[in-house]
Design a protein around this ligand. Structure first.
Ligand SMILES: C[S@@+](CC[C@H](N)C(=O)[O-])C[C@H]1O[C@@H](n2cnc3c(N)ncnc32)[C@H](O)[C@@H]1O
Length: 202
């Protein structure tokens, strides 16, 4: 119980500090660890609503950077000239065309994209894996060589196949569970760095 309350303090903190979601602290933690978002960088944020990650990414990239946030739901209230919000389904080509129109190349792709959960662990995993596969496929099209891909996955047996595939295209692939994740959650984050455009040796 004590653990849950401690974690839930991220919700109160987010409200106090003006972040649209407690998830903002997961991205801060991930970026503290990996440094995948850099000043002046171009960041694609997949599954971005209500916008906590995009807010954090905008702070890090600063005035010379760019953040494009995509979600089924409209992202409102981020009044920053370096932000482009796109309301659309990430699995649909017309949405992806709008993402490319906003920026054809990205330094970093981040994704907190998640399906509606059913409470059935295997089903949640499969639905999450399907969404994440779209994110990984698209990241390969738009990431610059050396770029980063960091995304959430609901843990399950398909994880191994996914990370094995990523290891052929990225120099390093790590799996993490941020402190700001609720205890008991099945979510993990996968951080892939050093994108090898055109494929690696493996
Ligand atoms: C956990 S929330 C993201 C929270 C966000 N990172 C933040 O900090 O505010 C997951 C999001 O994924 C979005 N999503 C799920 N399926 C999607 C799809 N096919 N295309 C675009 N967004 C999707 C949901 O609408 C939801 O807003």
């Amino acid at each position: 119980m004590a653990v849950y309350n401690r974690k839930d303090s991220f919700y109160k903190k987010a409200k106090q500090e003006g972040y649209k979601s407690r998830a903002a602290y997961k991205l801060k933690e991930l970026n503290g660890r990996f440094g995948m978002i850099k000043k002046g960088g171009r960041v694609l944020d997949c599954g971005a609503a209500p916008g906590g990650w995009s807010q954090v990414a905008l702070e890090i990239v600063g005035p010379s950077g760019k953040v494009v946030g995509v979600d089924l739901n409209e992202i409102t209230g981020i009044n920053n000239p370096n932000f482009t919000g796109i309301a659309g389904d990430f699995t649909k080509d017309d949405t992806l065309e709008r993402v490319i129109a906003a920026s054809p190349v990205y330094d970093t792709v981040i994704s907190d994209i998640a399906p509606h959960t059913t409470g059935i662990r295997d089903a949640d995993h499969i639905n999450s894996l399907e969404l994440v596969s779209f994110v990984c496929g698209f990241a390969e099209k738009v990431l610059k060589p050396g770029g980063w891909l960091v995304f959430k996955l609901f843990e399950g047996e398909g994880r191994r196949g996914l990370t094995d595939g990523l290891k052929k295209k990225f120099r390093d692939v790590k799996i993490v569970r941020p402190e700001a994740t609720r205890s008991g959650s099945v979510e993990i984050y996968i951080a892939a760095s050093g994108y090898m455009k055109g494929g690696g040796n493996a």
